[in-house]
Design a protein. Structure first.
Length: 326
């Protein structure tokens, strides 16, 4: 094996590596064990070989590979929680965008998805610069006062939890205080006086309904056809991709066995996107742990993007389904 072959092998095996403290200790311990009988300086090649073996063992044990894009997003999520207390449930109030740079670094941005539904000015924008295993977070409201509940200059974790847990009441308070200006409501339809006339279902109404139904059925058939094409081009079936996605959700969000058992895959929402000619399956899972409408920790929807050509987890998003983003 020449140097180019070895470099290519290393690039392939380390493409999904997320270097964290657990992996660092594992490699260090392995190197120390190798040093004992050798009694000589450890070569750089040996270190790389040990890293590759450790990564390979982790991949076999976990059965999952994550893209560099999602690895950057994961580090950014962790940085926001550590620095600002933005946990996964309230993180779903924001729209996440990942911009990868040619040098291996990435910029992850979190902004309000709809200014018509949220107090975007007070919530601001979070930006995380990711380089290797390091992530540096900043906020457009850094240095501003977040105390005082809904009267605060800027909305930090405290206000976001209020907004997420009691959306309608919080938005009404902000509107009454003049801190949020909702869009003007559409002109209401004139009321129908049922006493004077009974609604009549005409042939035109039936024709419109039939047309809408036919269009929906055609769109669903096109979706199914694209799934079949994606499975033919890729190496994984949608069923296998769903298995990988469920395993990834359980691992990344530390779900209990009971939560995993209640995690439901919704096949009718599966759709295909294409990236550089490779099919990506976008899969939706729901978790609802209670018998009633009460929210329990980690309830909500989980979207997972799986590369059907490689089996790699390209992206993953959790939406608690509270507030106005459910």
């Amino acid at each position: 094996m020449n140097n180019n072959d070895f470099k290519e092998l290393v690039d392939q095996r380390l493409s999904g590596l997320v270097w964290d403290e657990r992996m660092r200790r594992k490699v260090t311990n392995a190197i120390r064990e190798e040093e004992k009988p050798m009694k000589k300086k450890v070569s750089f090649t040996l270190i790389l070989a040990v890293v590759i073996l450790c990564v390979g063992a982790a991949a076999i044990a976990e059965g999952l590979l994550f893209s560099q894009r999602y690895s950057a997003a994961r580090l950014a999520n962790q940085a926001l929680e550590q620095q600002y207390g933005i946990t996964a449930d309230i993180l779903s109030l924001f729209r996440r965008q990942v911009e990868e740079h040619g040098d291996g670094t990435a910029t992850v941005t979190y902004s309000v998805g709809s200014e018509a539904d949220f107090p975007a000015e007070q919530m601001g924008v979070y930006t995380v610069e990711v380089e290797g295993s390091q992530a540096k977070a900043s906020w457009s409201h850094d240095g501003e006062d977040t105390s005082g509940g809904l009267t605060a200059e800027a909305f930090g974790a405290e206000q976001l939890r209020m907004l997420n847990g009691d959306y309608a009441n919080v938005m009404q308070q902000l509107t009454d205080a003049g801190r949020f200006h909702p869009k003007a409501a559409a002109t209401p339809m004139p009321p129908v006086n049922l006493k004077d006339s009974e609604p009549v279902w005409t042939e035109e109404d039936q024709a419109e309904a039939d047309k809408a139904l036919a269009e929906a059925e055609q769109a669903d058939q096109e979706r199914k056809n694209e799934i079949a094409e994606a499975e033919a081009v890729g190496k994984l079936s949608i069923e296998k991709a769903a298995d990988l996605a469920k395993e990834a959700i359980a691992q990344e969000y530390a779900l209990t066995k009971e939560q995993v058992e209640k995690l439901v895959y919704e096949p009718d929402s599966t759709y295909i996107t294409w990236q550089e000619g490779k099919p990506q399956a976008n899969l939706l899972f729901w978790l609802w742990q209670g018998e009633d409408e009460a929210f329990h920790e980690k309830d909500g929807q989980y979207w997972v993007m799986v590369n059907l050509a490689t089996g790699m987890i390209e992206d993953m998003i959790y939406d608690a389904g509270q507030a106005a983003n459910g």
